[in-house]
Design a protein around this ligand. Structure first.
Ligand SMILES: Nc1ncnc2c1ncn2[C@@H]1O[C@H](COP(=O)(O)OP(=O)(O)O)[C@@H](O)[C@H]1O
Ligand SMILES: [Mg+2]
Length: 362
């Protein structure tokens, strides 16, 4: 695994080293090709790619392309540090930074198309390729699926990605303990502790019955007024998140058993609050879907801006995972059911691998 990643980074560094070593100098394509001993056509293609990413600046003069380091570019700075670190420290040091840079290069291509102020990506490998620009900021999407389909893992992955991008993330867990989730994240190689220390990630355990009690009390005090302020029940004091994961709505709804009207009011207020606060949220909903989706929609599905469904489908004797975006209000996306896999690094989605079926889900 790391070998291929390193190879990938080294290929890029091999070309970029020319620009790193002499950051103030301009080179034309032929010069670069000669210096690093590759074909001019290959050099031209690679240099264009770097220029598109903003790593290099380019200029045309009399049919010749000239390239120069873009020393202000974050990606260039990252690659430069990595290059220098690599020159000083050999092997074992490599793994982590190499992985990070590979991640950055792949992401940069996607993010160039997308204004991250207005659009939020998930960072789930392959999943973002189904999106045109991302989820509009401030929208709430459901992560639906039966037990064990990967909803929690996907939620953690989204937090890890967003927090590493500097967004403040809140993961509200109603079932699993924060310790267990942390262990999960560490197993996937996520830097949980660092993110917590930086104040970018809060894993918060909530007892769903506390919510029921408080909402019921609020509604009694409000005497039929439906506009209750649930903000203190959601955001920890002094922490206004950019992204929220709620795991799960099902746990909250179960706690409201027998008080369905209160649940409906709570959910409406929750969606309002998230929208007003411009929080991009993903709310887990535990429901089993078949690929023919016979389940009737709940109140959440009508209120949510987006719906993502995770499937566990049986084909003969084998179980396979699949994922589908059902809707995202105000955004374009690919409407198809595609294969996914839970791996040691989290969920990986295969956007080109469509799953068709009349098969029942699990
Ligand atoms: N490293 C891993 N490799 C493969 N599968 C894994 C790994 N870690 C967890 N899983 C699988 O992920 C599933 C649990 O995912 P989870 O997100 O907790 O499901 P959900 O929240 O939808 O109930 C289990 O089926 C488990 O077997
Ligand atoms: Mg779960």
């Amino acid at each position: 695994m790391f070998e291929t990643i390193n190879k990938h980074v080294f290929k890029e560094l091999n070309i970029l080293r020319v620009f790193i070593e002499e950051a103030s100098r301009e080179f034309n394509v032929r010069e670069v090709a000669r210096l690093i001993k590759i074909a001019p056509a290959t050099a031209s293609k690679e240099l264009k790619k770097f220029a598109n990413l903003g790593i290099l600046t380019s200029r045309k003069e009399r049919r010749h392309d000239f390239y120069k380091a873009n020393s202000e570019n974050e990606l260039f700075k990252d690659l430069r540090s990595f290059y220098h670190a690599r020159k000083i420290k050999p092997a074992p040091f490599l793994e982590a930074p190499a992985k990070r840079i590979e991640f950055t290069v792949a992401e940069a291509i996607k993010e160039k198309k997308s204004d991250t102020k207005e659009w939020a990506l998930t960072g789930v490998t392959g999943f973002d390729d189904l999106l045109d620009k991302g989820f509009p900021r401030g929208t709430s999407s459901l992560l639906c699926g039966g037990p064990g389909t990967g909803k929690t893992i996907m939620g953690l992955q989204i937090c890890n990605y967003a927090a590493n991008k500097g967004e403040k993330c809140l993961y509200m867990t109603f079932e699993e303990s924060p310790e267990r989730l942390k262990k999960h994240m560490k197993d996937f190689g996520f830097n949980v502790e660092e993110l917590e220390k930086k104040g970018l990630l809060v894993l918060q355990k909530v007892n769903p019955f506390d919510i029921t009690r408080q909402v019921t009390a609020m509604l009694e005090r409000a005497k039929g007024e439906l506009l209750i302020d649930i903000k203190p029940l959601i955001f920890p004091k002094g922490f206004t998140p950019d992204r929220v994961i709620i795991d799960s709505l099902t746990a909250i709804s179960s706690a409201f058993y027998g008080k369905e009207e209160n649940y409906r009011i709570y959910i409406e207020q929750l969606f309002n609050l998230l929208e007003e606060s411009n929080v991009t949220s993903f709310l887990v909903s535990e429901r089993t879907y078949g690929l023919n989706r016979l389940t009737t929609a709940g109140v959440e599905e009508f209120l949510a801006d987006g719906v993502i469904i995770l499937y566990n489908v049986q084909r003969g004797t084998v179980r396979e995972s699949a994922i589908e975006i059902l809707k995202i209000r105000g955004a374009k996306f690919e409407k198809k059911v595609v294969a996914m896999k839970i791996t040691d690094q989290g969920i990986v989605v295969y956007p080109e691998q469509e799953v068709f079926g009349q098969v029942g889900g699990g």
